[in-house]
Design a protein around this ligand. Structure first.
Ligand SMILES: [Zn+2]
Length: 55
């Protein structure tokens, strides 16, 4: 499965974090905007779905 260490975008509009390497939303975050950790945010729905499917 695609679990990775939690990360999120540092853009002000960000309201979720990601923890699945297959998540296209997470993969669309520019490298320079990526911050590790959850940032106290909720888990992204696409990551949640992938995790639930064991991807
Ligand atoms: Zn995600």
């Amino acid at each position: 499965m695609g679990s990775v260490a939690p990360f999120h975008s540092k853009l002000p509009s960000t309201d979720v974090y990601h923890n699945n390497g297959k998540c296209t939303v997470g993969n669309n975050i520019e490298t320079y905007n990526k911050v590790s950790g959850t940032g106290g945010l909720r888990l992204c729905q696409q990551c949640r779905d992938f995790n639930a499917q064991g991807k």
